[in-house]
Design a protein around this ligand. Structure first.
Ligand code: BMA
Length: 356
């Protein structure tokens, strides 16, 4: 938990000794961004692949390619990666990205002045399936103390800890157990009790810290929009969470693109208003941890939906999801040659949007 004090112009980390921990520096960086009324733009997997390319020889690659940079001339300020697969000792994550590349990209991005965030779509320890395997509602129970998979799960956490420790002093935002009010992951709303969920989050933080992982900012990111009551119903605790986030996507469904855009703007505003209230009460950072419109089917999505949805909220960053290189329709950020180029450029040049 990072101690904070109110400086008059915003919440900032308390001054600490000469040897300031990396996560305090990162928190300070994020608070300064939000205090200045700015929002960092982020993109998942940005340096490892894009819409129609991927890094193949990562050890000899300077990681200078980025779909966002191809379009705007700048890297995203925030870079997201997923650690799903690290728990079982795989060499690549669930989307085929080598963990060596993830480490190199994270360190490269940090050295360029950017911020790194990790999500974790880990396997299902009870069934052997993936994160989306919700065939049992006993999975969370099984990994908690006294559960049949507890010991094995500790090994999973230790493998995660080894990877995080291999980043040295580079601080990152860690965002496990996300979208936990819905019921599509094995840690979801109908798959465990609130107490079990909170215990899972606490176990994760405590075990990582026991293994010497102290350079993280921990983000809680339920799916939105939900009420304040629902958001707080599974909140793991002020000593566990550093950043309040939420994941909200735009879906077109059976209606028109215009209706989807209006619905999305209303939902994001509603959710960010709820989180803003909590963040003020608790002196916590806030962000829009995942968002997007798959395939960007609205040509004005950046200036017509995303920007109006987040404008004026003190979020330190917004992250759009990945541009899959092997699924042509599965993309959430612009790429060179796509109709969105111009609209994204206008968005990226707004005075309150930060790229690198
Ligand atoms: C999902 C999709 C999947 C991917 C997963 C983890 O939203 O993009 O294809 O495997 O995230 O990155």
């Amino acid at each position: 938990m990072i101690p904070f004090f109110f400086s008059g112009c915003g919440w900032r980390p308390r001054p600490v000794d000469d040897d300031i921990p990396g996560n305090h520096i990162l928190a300070s960086q994020l608070f300064s961004v939000a205090d200045a009324g700015k929002v960092m733009y982020g993109h998942q997997d940005d340096l490892s692949y894009g819409h129609s390319w991927k890094v193949t020889d990562w050890k000899n690659d300077d990681l200078e390619r980025s779909d966002v940079k191809d379009v705007s001339g700048k890297y995203p300020a925030v870079l997201g990666f997923d650690l799903g697969g690290i728990e079982v000792g795989d060499s690549c994550n669930l989307d085929g990205v080598p963990f060596g590349l993830i480490r190199k990209a994270a360190l490269t991005h940090r050295s360029r002045g950017g911020v790194v965030t990790f999500s974790w779509h880990l396997r299902n320890p009870l069934t052997g399936g993936n994160s989306w395997d919700i065939s049992s509602n006993q999975v969370v129970a099984s990994v908690l103390e006294g559960g049949e998979k507890h010991e094995e799960f500790i090994v999973w956490l230790d493998r995660l800890a080894d990877f995080l420790n291999s980043l040295g002093k580079a601080p990152v935002i860690f965002r496990p157990w996300h979208e936990n009010i819905g019921s599509w992951f094995w840690w979801g709303g109908n798959l465990c009790s609130a107490e079990q969920y909170k215990a899972l989050f606490r176990l994760t933080r405590e075990r990582l810290e026991e293994k010497g992982v102290e350079n993280l900012l921990w983000c809680y990111s339920p799916n939105g929009p939900i009420s304040k009551e629902d958001y707080m119903s599974r909140y793991p605790g002020d000593d566990i969470v550093d950043i309040l986030g939420t994941d909200i996507y735009e879906y077109v469904g059976n209606g028109t693109i215009e209706e989807a855009g209006e619905r999305y703007v209303a939902q994001v505003k509603e959710m960010l208003s709820v989180i803003e209230t909590i963040s003020k009460e608790k002196s916590k950072l806030m962000c829009l941890s995942e968002t997007g419109l798959e395939g960007l089917v609205d040509p004005n999505w950046w200036t017509g939906s995303l920007y109006p949805a987040i404008e004026g909220f003190p979020i330190c960053y917004v992250l759009t999801w990945r541009n899959a290189h092997d699924k042509p329709e599965h993309f959430y950020a612009p790429w060179k040659g796509f109709v969105h180029e111009e609209d994204f450029k206008v968005f990226s040049e707004k005075k309150d949007i930060v790229l690198l």
